[in-house]
Design a protein around this ligand. Structure first.
Ligand SMILES: Cc1ncc(COP(=O)(O)O)c(C=O)c1O
Length: 395
């Protein structure tokens, strides 16, 4: 506890939720032989052709202040990538380069929600949605998703019932971290209709859109929207191009918002380093094959993991259609925070407890499977053995 007499702080800063993932991570990070599947990143470094573009930029002396919205060739390369990937034309005037997806989310939230406002977030969800909203003074209104034989499902009627006069936005992450849930086009249509009807914004996080295993890409709001729809897309270089440490992303928004977004970038980061932006151009222009490799590795790992764990009694799981996480439960283990510590100690596997992802996550654990397939198979066997041993001990 920080003493309010000694250090008086703003309530929004104090209320920022701490990450339930970090707690387990800190406990197990130095354990020899541990397979770390708790954080949301793969095990490959950024491809060298991307890093080389940054080195070249630095060698050429690109070390000065830059455009707040991003250098024009990067904004154009992002627009070209989005147009190619989605099949819909996206203009570069809609693109604003940020320091990672997290910064894009911060700016989106700053524009539309603050004290007294509510934003609806289906959970389990990436904890940073709640963090960004609450730091801005807004309230997160969770809509718990349900897990059944068909996997994770969001009831659109639950979403509609959560709307109040204070609601400003729906925050929709599809394919989702941590569940892999992916909205169908009809579900997206229903959500867009709700947003239009109630005058709400949509914060659309489709960063895992290429990590979709039932088609070339996940259904997207882009397939339904007009440029004037109140949709703010949060995006990142982190996952597609293995660039989590670069802190590179972008916000896509109606072009009319440019003056406001540029100011918010100026007063938060004042822009993204030019050498990193050059790397971003290289990634967008030459990275399609790398993405395809990662997606096919993720698909194979997902199938292997599900096959191994489904053969053992006690796991509650369904094959996730997207992203690169398995969010699973274990019969008889309601306290998955305690189970996450147990698995560090007795299975040598690091997982994130479901409680870190909001109310809908109780009783589940998240495993990130974007790694060498040998590691994923080994982790699955260790988990299966530990869960079987616990079941025998409790029988
Ligand atoms: C759903 C979701 N959105 C956005 C991000 C943002 O990533 P970054 O801030 O690394 O760009 C993440 C990272 O884990 C995520 O899972």
């Amino acid at each position: 506890m920080i003493s309010a007499d000694l250090f008086p702080l703003r309530p929004e800063a104090l209320a920022a939720p701490s990450s339930g993932i970090v707690e387990v991570f800190d406990y197990g990070r130095n354990k020899p032989g541990l397979l770390p599947l708790w954080v949301g990143e793969g095990d490959r470094p950024t491809p060298s052709f991307i890093a080389e573009a940054a080195q070249k930029s630095l060698a050429e002396g690109e070390t000065f202040y830059t455009h707040q919205a991003g250098i024009p060739p990067l904004r154009e390369a992002i627009a070209a990538y989005l147009s190619r990937m989605s099949g819909h034309n996206v203009g570069s005037e809609r693109i604003f380069v940020t320091n990672g997806g997290m910064h894009a989310l911060q700016i989106a939230v700053r524009m539309i929600a603050g004290s007294g406002d509510e934003v609806i977030v289906p959970t389990p969800a990436w904890p940073n949605f709640r963090g960004a909203l609450e730091v801005a003074g807004a309230t997160t209104r969770e809509v718990p998703m349900r897990f059944g034989n068909a996997g994770w499902q969001l009831d659109i009627d639950d979403l509609a019932r959560a709307i109040t006069p204070a609601t400003r936005a729906l925050c929709i992450n599809s394919p989702a971290n941590p569940t892999g849930w992916t909205a169908t086009l009809d579900e997206l249509r229903a959500m867009l209709a709700l947003a239009r009807q109630h005058g709400l914004w949509i914060i659309a996080d489709e960063i895992y859109g290429q990590f979709y295993f039932e088609g070339d890409r996940a259904p997207s709001f882009r397939d339904l929207m007009t440029p004037e729809d109140r949709i703010l897309f949060v995006q990142t270089f982190s996952k597609n191009w293995a660039m989590t440490g670069w802190r590179m992303g972008w916000l896509e928004a109606p072009a009319a918002l440019a003056p406001v977004i540029v100011n918010l970038i100026q007063y938060s980061s004042s822009g993204t380093p030019v050498f990193a932006q050059r790397a971003g151009i290289a990634a967008l222009e030459g990275g399609d094959a790398f993405i395809a490799e990662q997606v096919s590795q993720a698909r194979a790992n997902r199938d292997q993991l599900v096959a191994i764990l489904s053969a053992v009694p006690g796991f509650r799981l369904a094959r996730p259609p997207g992203a690169f996480y398995l969010f699973f439960g274990v019969e008889g283990a309601a306290d998955t925070r305690a189970l996450a510590f147990d698995l560090v100690d007795h299975a040598g596997v690091g997982l994130a407890p479901g409680t870190a992802f909001g109310a809908g996550g109780d009783g589940f654990l998240r495993l990130c499977y974007l790694r060498r397939s040998e590691d994923v198979a080994e982790a699955a066997h260790r988990l299966a053995a530990r869960i079987a041993a616990r079941a025998t001990a409790h029988a």
